[in-house]
Design a protein around this ligand. Sequence first.
Ligand SMILES: *[C@@H]1O[C@H](CO)[C@@H](O)[C@H](O)[C@H]1NC(C)=O
Ligand SMILES: *[C@@H]1O[C@H](CO)[C@@H](O)[C@H](O)[C@H]1NC(C)=O
Length: 501
Amino acid sequence: MAGTLKRLLFGAAALGVVAIAAPCVPRDESRTFEAENAVLTGTNVDTAQAGYTGVDPFFQCSLTHPSIQLHLRSDTDSRISGTGYVTGFDQSTDKITFTVSSATTKLYDLSIRYAAIYGDKKTTVILNNGAASEVSFTAGTSFTTVPAGQLLLNAGNNTIDIVSNWGWYLIDSITLTPSSPRPEHQITDLPINPAADSPARQLYFYLRSSIYGRFILSGQQDLSWANWVTQTIGKTPALLSVDLMDYSPSRVERGTVGTSIEDAIAHHQRGGIVSVLWHWNAPTGLYDTAENPWWSGFYTRATDFDVAAALSSTSNANYTLLVRDIDAIAVQLKRLQDAGVPVLFRPLHEAEGGWFWWGAKGPEPAKKLWGLLYDRLTNYHKINNLLWVWNSIAPEWYPGDETVDILSADVYAQGNGPMSTQYNQLIELGKDKKMIAAAEVGAAPLPDLLQAYEAHWLWFAVWGDTFINNPDWNSLETLRKVYNSDYVLTLDEIQGWMDLD
Ligand SMILES: *[C@@H]1O[C@H](CO)[C@@H](O)[C@H](O)[C@H]1NC(C)=O
Ligand SMILES: *[C@@H]1O[C@H](CO)[C@@H](O)[C@H](O)[C@H]1NC(C)=O
């Protein structure tokens, strides 16, 4: 088919058709690679499912405007040469390997043309035998195209593997288009709380005007692990994240004594920035068994506390317990407010995961509880040193722009990658009006990749034991690279941020 089309086009040109202004928008720089022309491992070419010859819109348009054939380059001829698709992904090692070249080190948007005729599926995309990412295919009866994230190609040849994962799908082709530079962020001027105190405003101003899009703040969960970083790497994280867990009333009544407020104040006093999360032990209904002891009571599996039922009426005894717990936490946050410590406050984290009781009954109760927290702490307790950090990505979980200052995600993926998929999802969620943070990570992101992908995370905070000190997640060499980068700010480099104006 390709040959005939090309002959027709060249024929028209030979007949001297006068060139007209190009009415088709050429995607000059995008390149499509047919799966059947790639290297197949455990997979095979088939033609039974119709539609694999789907043509590029520019090519389709050019058929009626023969002069445009001049734009067709040899490496894009594959647009018209589809002779089948690849199938047979039934073993975990089955794959297609594309070799693609790039003139320079450059970021590309990847899309995949597929048919998931056997139901919803997933594939794994691997670049140059290294970074892997997962792409979901939606069930359907015909071929369709899905955006599949970004790839930073090296100058020269690169390999892109499409590997089985769930398998049982059909791949027609992949397309690479150079990524457009990220447009300028449109971050809201002020914190959402009109009564935000001066330290909170100062923190917001500093983050917005000096950090976001320019640098990333290094961060660490727990003071003991921040100290470990200082001792091991020779640099101290700019941001310390602490947990209000042990101030939860259902733990305190079993003997816990929280110390994280002291840690937060100490970090503030040495010129650092403080973030606070809360593993909120369920107010009641803890199973307290050998498998699910009381101290794991923030997990859905460890309690029968029903957040939807508790929030269903304000006269409910369990609603009263939620308020009791919020009031107990208010006492601690007040200590930080009194000490002049502005706080990046991240309650109800990972709600969309469902593994914590506040997310166990779906988005509606989680959003309602967020509203209750915001109202009780801000309007009743007058706690005004907080910037409110939301921590789920899915739009149906989002409580809304009015009660959220900063968006964030917790990302546990090895490889020290830029987490650009999650970053781009959060840009969508907040319409680029909210700053975006990597509130918990397993692996500290490499600054070169952050900059190449323009993944402008405001901070990263590595989780403590088994992550920061685990070479599978963070080698010492990588940590040194991260902590010594000009793009990554450490405690010594942010001194005086509260005095800026
Ligand atoms: C890139 O790969 C192509 C074949 O896929 C090969 O012809 C070419 O020599 C390679 N270029 C380099 C720089 O390795
Ligand atoms: C409160 O929650 C506990 C634990 O789930 C449950 O046993 C109790 O019935 C609830 N109380 C009310 C009044 O719903």
